[in-house]
Design a binder for this molecule. Sequence first.
Ligand code: SAH
Length: 276
Amino acid sequence: MTDSPRSHGRLSISASVKPRELITPTPRIKGAWTARIITLFPEAFPGTLDLSLTGKALDQGLWALETIDLRPFGLGRHKNVDDTPAGGGAGMVLRPDVVAAALDQAAVGTPADRAQWPVVYLSPRGTRFDQAMARRWSQGSGLTLLCGRFEGVDQRVLDHYRVEEVSLGDFVLTGGEIAAQALIDATVRLIPRVLGNQASTEEESFSDGLLEHPQYTKPAVWEGREIPEILLSGHHGKIAAWRKAMAERLTKERRPDLWRAYRAAHGMDPMDDQEL
Ligand code: SAH
């Protein structure tokens, strides 16, 4: 942990310190939602999470961040954490014994109920992360995230610890750290008081199964383009109806998958959408 005054709620756990000292309560609100991150690059955190509303909430102790450096769990003089893939091929694989030691450390003091505290490996093979998952996680007490590197992690440690695999999307990153920050950001902003204005998370994209309507602000005319007249009418009912219609149109055009799910959830025939 650094001595910087902005380090509240952040804690770097390293295997070289005594177990009792590994998880020291830092200035945070009692029971604050906590992200524990196992990574070879603890210096990547808090990264963008330190900015703006999530950073302010971190300083206020509304949530906490703890990194567990994987390196000290490595073996031998060089603290090796990886080895060549069984069966051959390019790259390196993180060893199960090394990852297990870090997972054991991360489990200290966490609830056994995985619904309360999920244990997640960031992986392109995982379940695709979405707003519903973020909402579920934000209602628990914390989360352990294992960031992979190289070719990934030995399968046996994932099976043995019943680690859930979650993906940021259908692309391959070099490591799990960017994905971890994205997941934490999406989750933390749903924790009460983090955003300040609760209503804003209820109206934005995905919260009701639709993409958000377009947004406008001043000036009223820009490059000859006007703000849709209805938004300047002051008629709240008509504005709400316009926004809903725009959200539906955008969702139908851009995301047929979301659109079908939305129609099914609202008791409409998922295929027959003549009325729009
Ligand atoms: N060989 C693996 C990719 C390894 S990429 C495969 O083909 O599936 C190295 C690490 O980056 C992974 O261990 C994982 O932690 C992270 N990573 C890569 N892409 C990701 C994604 N889409 N979502 C979440 N994590 C990802």
